[in-house]
Design a protein around this ligand. Structure first.
Ligand SMILES: Cc1ncc(COP(=O)(O)O)c(C=O)c1O
Length: 389
């Protein structure tokens, strides 16, 4: 039976003390996940180890769950420690030639841009602005030419919540042999997208935001066709198939699928935690989660707009996800943020904007109380000229 939002909420002690609307920042852990983490630690503490075969079985369970979430085969999934790992894998495994270029988003989160800037200083960067890309994928596609090796963008913008047409971008790039990397962190866990229809070469995400999983748990999805185009990168002894560890010295064959990128000893603790959290998303159903987050978002937008806030996140479903970004012109956003925080209402302050990100287990009442406090005269107590943020 599907996990209702009330049942989900029972698993979220954070909701007892806070109106927690910062899922685009850090996801609180459900009690069911905490229990699994505690059991794992206790066993390792009391018995010395969780046996390898048993831990690997759990990894496979987690792999299947992440694959189900993305509507992909399990063989496409590799566990990583964060989103950046997927971007770095693309950079390291492509055959960069002099004269190549890469197309990036100018105001993307640094996870996507920094690795290209720092690891490939000599490769030409071509930039599209998110405000142009949200209106039309052509804004990016026009920058692609025969020397474009890779396009790397976020699915959902970390600040404005703008959602981009990754289907159009990936289709266009696939037809031209251009490698695509999609940072999915601000969409996965809130939007229900069938990634098998998108065909991105690499989809990568940390699970510690909307997926309510431990920090340091992440994954990337790599298509088998893409694997064939990638030179060996980031591989290690556990990229090979090991049946047991008695015979160490005979060379083992490379794993045929994406799991080859799990190159050595994993953080089983993180993967156990991710496994427990992702289970809740599958039990609730991603369709129900997306529908409820959208409903809360509509209420939030309307409430904020009624109190003079300007909402930057586009209203259309195909151009937005779970977060709602807003500010009140003529007021100090930092002081509104601090006022909310003092009332145990948590959202993020980024670039002098409030980034508000409610989740499935939040309630309409929480949305109304949040709006009421954000709009209270005390919230804007500091004059914009005295604003320190
Ligand atoms: C769009 C986006 N990508 C990536 C990250 C984080 O990247 P990583 O998992 O590599 O720390 C964030 C937020 O921290 C983000 O908003």
């Amino acid at each position: 039976m599907a996990l209702s939002f009330e049942e989900f909420r029972e698993l979220m002690p954070v909701a007892e003390r806070f109106v927690y609307f910062n899922h685009a920042g850090t996801g609180p852990l459900p009690t069911s996940t905490v229990k699994v983490l505690a059991e794992f630690c206790k066993r390792q503490s009391e018995t010395g180890e969780v046996p390898y075969a048993e831990a690997e079985e759990k990894v496979e369970e987690a792999r299947k769950r992440v694959a189900d979430l993305l509507h992909l085969p399990a063989s496409h999934i590799a566990f990583t420690k964060n989103t950046s790992a997927g971007v770095q894998t693309a950079i390291g495994s492509l055959e960069w030639q002099p004269g190549d270029n890469v197309v990036l988003m100018k105001d993307d989160f640094p996870t996507v841009t920094y690795p290209f800037l720092l690891m490939l200083p000599d490769v030409e960067k071509r930039w599209v602005k998110s405000e142009d890309l949200v209106k039309d994928p052509q804004a990016l596609l026009r920058l692609v030419d025969e020397r474009t090796r890779c396009v790397a963008v976020s699915w959902v913008h970390f600040l404005t919540g703008r959602r981009f047409d990754v289907a159009a971008i990936c289709r266009f790039c696939r037809e031209r042999g251009v490698f695509t990397v999609i940072d999915a962190i601000q969409g996965v866990g809130v939007l229900d997208l069938d990634w098998s229809e998108i065909g991105a070469d690499i989809v990568c995400s940390h699970a510690a935001k909307w997926l309510l999983s431990p920090q340091g748990s992440g994954f990337m999805a790599v298509r088998p066709e893409s694997l064939e185009r990638m030179k060996p990168y980031g591989l290690g002894w556990l990229s090979a198939e090991w049946k047991e560890f008695n015979d160490i010295f005979s060379m083992k064959p490379l794993k045929p699928d994406a799991s080859r990128f799990e190159e050595s000893t994993k953080s089983y603790l993180s993967i156990y935690g991710l496994n427990a959290s992702v289970r809740l998303f599958l039990d609730a159903g991603m369709g129900a989660i997306e529908a409820r987050v959208r409903k809360l978002g509509v209420r939030l937008r309307a409430g904020l707009a009624a109190h003079g806030f300007e909402v930057l996140t586009p209203p259309e479903n195909e151009r937005s996800a779970g977060m709602v970004t807003a500010h009140k012109p003529g007021t100090c956003t930092g002081s509104i943020h601090a006022w909310l925080r003092a009332g145990n209402m948590v959202c993020a302050l980024r670039e002098n904007l409030l980034r508000i990100a409610p989740h499935y287990y939040n309630t309409e009442d929480e949305v109304d109380r949040f709006v009421e406090r954000a709009a209270a005269p005390e919230a804007a107590g500091v004059k914009p000229s005295e604003c320190k943020t």
